[in-house]
Design a protein around this ligand. Structure first.
Ligand SMILES: Nc1ncnc2c1ncn2[C@@H]1O[C@H](COP(=O)(O)OP(=O)(O)O)[C@@H](O)[C@H]1O
Ligand SMILES: [Mg+2]
Length: 339
């Protein structure tokens, strides 16, 4: 639990919010990264060293820790800021598509290629290409990527001519890239070429002192013009500070947004009531697979917890995946009893 919890009682929150808003202004980074914990301060000075260069940057860290924000920060603060920042999610593109997406293609390269098309490398020329989830990139493409980075040129699919490009590469992954390189899942030569400068994002559970500031920031970001929030109630506070946030800042942001949307009045309260779904004593049983016939409600419960596991506790996303409304999901979770 956060040491300063006492001073953040509900009565003090209006005052505290004012103070936090002041701190926010003076500590927010160019990329919009909020936090003034010791971890975040060392991150600030580390990133400062990467800004006025063009070497590749590797950003490591769990999902939702702000890896993409850091990539944008590096781009927006350096000499490339007036050129494009092009993000690519390597995990969402099919391996067959990604080559032509990255390097482009020429007319006739394959069925349907009726004109020449520029790839994302060329789109990012003089700017930054952000390769998110690089750990998921297929090995064939890893070789082609290495060539593009080393030679500063790309060869569109179906073309024999290479085109020069001037692109800064920033990559991110939730994987342990060094280990992946050791195990041969990730090409070692590419790993060494990329790993010139590396930044590791700390998980939110290791810097809980940033939570109040993040809450203040998200109250502004997701402000509802019909609901002025001047204080934060005990239920919200307790939930926010005692939870481990496996989905990190992204999950906290969703939580604040939901509590603003689902509640009413000037005090923000915990509208979820079952944020700590992981602590449910039945969770292990619910994850177990079994061949025997079980009551439907047990199966339903199991499926809901499984989905919550997949979405790191993000109930909006879980409800979407399960094809039910979020209110229905809340109702069902509540019916399973207190956690
Ligand atoms: N330190 C932070 N301050 C403010 N917002 C943050 C911070 N870290 C993450 N976020 C927010 O959380 C969400 C996920 O951030 P993102 O950079 O996409 O994380 P990652 O790429 O590590 O999964 C975004 O909505 C972002 O605005
Ligand atoms: Mg990301």
């Amino acid at each position: 639990m956060y040491d300063g919890a006492e001073q953040y009682g509900p009565e003090q929150w209006s005052l505290e919010l004012n103070r936090l808003n002041g701190v926010l202004e003076s500590t927010i980074s160019p990329g919009g990264l909020v936090g003034d914990s010791a971890d975040m301060q060392s991150l600030h000075s580390l990133i400062g060293k990467a800004i006025n260069h063009s070497f590749p940057v590797v950003i490591l860290g769990e999902t939702g820790t702000g890896k993409e924000l850091v990539a944008r920060w590096i781009h927006d603060s350096g000499s490339r800021k007036n050129s494009p920042f092009v993000p690519v999610d390597c995990s969402s593109l099919a391996p067959t598509l990604i080559e032509s997406e990255l390097f482009g293609y020429v007319r006739g390269a394959f069925t349907g290629a009726v004109t020449d098309r520029k790839g994302l490398f060329e789109t990012a020329d003089t700017g930054t290409l952000f390769l998110d989830e690089i750990g998921e990139l297929h090995k064939d493409l890893q070789a082609k990527l290495l060539r593009a980075i080393q030679e500063h040129e790309v060869r569109p699919v179906g073309s024999t001519r290479a085109k020069p490009v001037d692109v800064r590469i920033i990559v991110a992954t939730h994987r342990d890239l060094k280990q992946a390189a050791k195990e041969g899942i990730f090409r070692q030569d590419l790993y060494y070429r990329l790993n010139v400068f590396s930044v590791t994002m700390p998980p939110l559970r290791e810097r809980k002192t940033d939570i109040p500031l993040l809450i203040a920031a998200f109250l502004i970001k997701h402000a509802d013009p019909t609901r002025a929030i001047t204080s934060v109630g005990k239920t919200f506070w307790t939930a926010a500070m005692s939870y481990d946030w496996p989905g990190n800042v992204r999950e906290l942001e969703n939580f604040v947004e939901r509590c603003i949307a689902l509640g009413s009045g000037s005090t923000l309260e915990d509208e979820d009531e079952c944020l700590n779904w992981k602590d449910c004593p039945d969770t292990a049983m619910l994850h177990a697979e079994s061949d025997s016939v079980e009551p439907l409600h047990v199966l339903e419960q199991r499926m809901i917890y499984k989905t919550l596991g997949k979405t790191s506790g993000d109930k909006y996303e879980a409800a979407r995946l399960l094809g039910i409304g979020k209110t229905t999901l809340y109702r069902k979770l509540k019916a399973y009893g207190p956690l």
